[in-house]
Design a binder for this molecule. Structure first.
Ligand SMILES: *Cc1c(COP(=O)(O)O)cnc(C)c1O
Length: 383
């Protein structure tokens, strides 16, 4: 039995050894609270500030515009809740816009704000590739619109949205733009000025950093109501003693992700395209989901007609391949994911979704093994 192959880098990534090394002292002898006045506190505070500066350097923003959070989901929550609550208090408007292909961290937050906090929400439908256009966004903006939130790189289908074009419309109409950058920010250039976003969520465990730490870029001057109150940490936006080791690890991982970004992305695209071309050539009744070219470098996703996606994942796991699917099996009544349905794919195809995401440890022989193994599994399941 060959070593199992991990092709689920969109779910999470292993922490790089140098990132672990960078974190270790801050779990050990350097244990101070960055809020303390004494030398332990000063050292921890300096490390936290260095981490913030390093992340800001990659984002091309000021260190004061980076807010550490406890997860990517928390960054999304802080963006949506913080902006809408602050606008409500200042009487600046009640309406916000998102899409029907967002991660749950955005969509569930938006729906709760609409259902229980009195905000008015427009959910834009994505096209068959999973994109929303700047024209659609412009048409949905009203006099009372405060915020638009559009995912950058889709976790399920890999599609990239054209943030600069959407940002131009938002800026012209005086509306803030947030983007969930969890998948894309570790692989593509997350320069917030080039992207044009006012708020951007990132998370360390998607780019070979530790779990349980994320950050929200908040453009200077954007008003947020803190969603967690207490001490004045993180510019008053996120109370709680800062997690120095995780912040240090996130900064080390983000810096490492961008040192060789273009070479890394080219390598991922090569492996991804081997998967897409190979699977589409070797297996009948399969379709690529998401955009054929505007997609995350490491992301290949498909639907197979007449296949149960969860069964497929189990068969792949038995064969030594770790993959993922969009569909959630609800007590014996499998349903395609909302994102797959948003593409207009019917259930006969949509139930058979598969996501394969490559990463730093993926080799061409891993891909060859998948291309040798998957056609037989699909044929057996259909037979
Ligand atoms: C992983 C992910 C999240 C959630 O991040 P956590 O750090 O796991 O909370 C949000 N959005 C997207 C697109 C993601 O891929």
């Amino acid at each position: 039995m060959p070593d199992p192959i991990y092709l689920d880098y969109a779910a999470t990534t292993p922490v790089l050894p140098e990132v672990i090394d960078a974190m270790l002292p801050w779990f050990g002898e350097q244990f101070g609270n960055p809020g303390s006045v004494h030398r332990w506190g000063q050292k921890a505070d300096a490390a936290l500030n260095r981490a913030r500066r390093d992340i800001a350097a990659v984002l091309n923003c000021a260190a004061s515009e980076v807010v550490f959070t406890g997860a990517g989901s928390e960054a999304d929550n802080l963006a949506l809740r913080g902006v809408m609550m602050a606008a409500h208090i200042a009487n600046r408007g009640n309406h916000f816009i998102t899409t029907n292909a967002e991660h749950e961290a955005v969509l569930a937050t938006a729906e709760q704000l609409a259902a229980h906090y009195g905000f008015d929400l427009t959910i834009l439908p994505v096209d068959a590739f999973g994109q929303v256009s700047a024209t659609q966004v412009a048409a949905a903006i009203r006099h009372d619109t405060v915020l638009v939130s559009v995912i950058w790189g889709n976790n399920e289908i890999g599609t990239l949205n054209d943030l600069p074009a959407i940002a131009e419309v938002c800026r012209a109409l005086g509306v803030l733009l947030h983007s969930d950058g969890l998948q894309a920010a570790g692989q593509l250039n997350p320069d917030v000025t080039a992207l044009g976003v006012d708020l951007l969520s990132i998370g360390a465990h998607k780019f070979y950093g530790p779990k349980g730490v994320g950050a929200l870029y908040v453009r200077s001057g954007v008003d947020l109501l803190p969603s967690q109150t207490g001490g004045g940490q993180e510019g008053g936006l996120r109370a709680g003693t800062s997690n120095v080791p995780l912040a240090v690890g996130m900064a080390a991982a983000f810096t490492a992700a961008h040192e060789r970004r273009d070479a890394q992305a080219a390598h991922y695209r090569h492996l991804r395209d081997m998967l897409i071309d190979g699977i589409c050539q070797r297996i009948p009744d399969v379709r690529l989901t998401g955009h054929p070219t505007a997609r995350l470098p490491n992301h290949a996703s498909f639907v197979f007609r007449g296949i149960d996606g969860n069964d497929l994942l189990m068969q792949l796991d038995l064969a030594g391949i770790a993959a993922s699917s969009g569909s959630a099996c609800k007590t014996g009544n499998p349903e395609p994911s909302a994102v797959i349905r948003a593409l207009g794919i019917d259930d006969e195809w949509g139930l058979g979704s598969l996501r394969l995401t490559v990463g730093r440890h993926t080799t061409e022989s891993d891909i060859a093994f998948v291309l040798d193994t998957l056609p037989g599994i699909v044929a057996r399941m259909r037979g």
